[in-house]
Ligand binder design. Sequence first.
Ligand code: ACO
Length: 321
Amino acid sequence: MAFYIAGTGSALPEKVVTNDDLAEFLETSDEWIYTRTGIHKRHVLTHEKLNDLAILSAKRALEDANVEGEEVDLILCATMRGDTITPSLACSVGEAIGSHAPAFDVNAACVGALYCMEIADSFIETGRAETVLIVSAEAMSKLLDWQDRSSCVLFGDGSGAFVVKKGHGRLSGVLSTNPDTHVIRMPNIEGINSPYNQHEQEKLAMQMDGGEVYKFAVNAMGHNIEEACRLAGLTPSDIDWFLPHQANARIIEASRKKFNIDRKKVLLNISEYGNMSATSVVVLLDEYARKGTFKKGDKLLFVAFGGGLTSGAVIIEWNKD
Ligand code: ACO
C-alpha cells in the first residue's frame, strides 16, 4: 500500500536504426527479425551519453510529478552498466537534480525497475522515505557484439523514470531469481596490467542462449502474474493494463493466451524500441500515461524477466493526480 506513481518521464537517443539498416552489415532481414520478435526498429546511442538520457528522463518525471530535486528522499537507478562504474548513474542523476538523497544503482537486468519499486516500497513502509525517484537507463548497444546477429538485433537504448510517493497505489509485488550464470551472460573487465589476475578475459559482449531464455521467460511471466494477483487478492481478469517486459512479442503473446487476456489490455511498444532491458516497462508506462490511457483506479500489472535469471511482477492502482 506504500506508494502511488506521481509522475513519469522518458528520453531516447536520436538515432533510429531499422531492421533494414542492420541488414546492410549483417546477414539478416526485416522479415526474420519482425516475425521472430515483433521488432521493426530501435534507438541507439551515438553522440549522447547514457547519463544525459537518465538525467533528462528524471527531470521530465519530476516535472510531471511537480516535485523538486531537493524533495526526493531516495534515488534508485535500474541499469546493468552506467557510463561509469563509480560514480553510479544514480549519483549522476542526484548531482543534476540538486539532491543529497541516498542514491544507488540496482542491477537486476531487465527486471531492475520492478526491483526498484520493491526497494522504494520498503523505504516508504519503514518511514525512511516519502518520495522516491526511480530511473532506468540502459546502453544495450555498448554491451553487444554487433557481428552477432542472434543478439544484436534484439536490443535498443533508452531511459525512463518515475516518481513514487507515499500513499495508496501498490497492491502487491513479487520478485524472484532462478540462478543461472550461463543462459544470459555479460562479462566484466578483468583488470588492467595486473600481475596477479590469473583469469583470461572473457569476451566483452552479451552472450545469450535465446531458446533457453524463451522457455524461462514464458514460465516466469505466467508464474509471476499468478503470484502477484494472488497476493493482491485479484485474478488476471481484474487487471486493466498489462505492462510486460518488451523482449519478444511472441513471449508476450504466449502469456496473453495462457490467461486469456484481452489483446487490448496488453501494452506494447517493442516494434519501435526493441528490448531496452530495465527501461522497457518504464518507457511503456510513460508513453501510455502521457496518452491518457490510465484512469484513476485502474489496475496496472508490470511483469518482467531477465539475466540472472531474475523475474517479478508488481501491481499498482493508478492514483496519479
Ligand atoms: N537473422 C537471420 N537469421 C538469424 C538471426 C538473424 N538476426 N539470428 C539467428 N538466425 C538464424 C539462426 O542462426 C538459426 O539458423 P539455423 O537454423 O540455420 O541454425 C535460425 O535463425 C533460427 O534460430 P533460432 O534461434 O531457432 O530462432 P528462434 O525462432 O528461436 O528466435 C530468438 C530466436 C528471437 C532469439 C528467440 O529465441 C528469443 O526471442 N529468445 C528470447 C530472448 C530474450 O528474450 N532475450 C532477452 C532477455 S535478457 C535481457 O533482456 C537482458
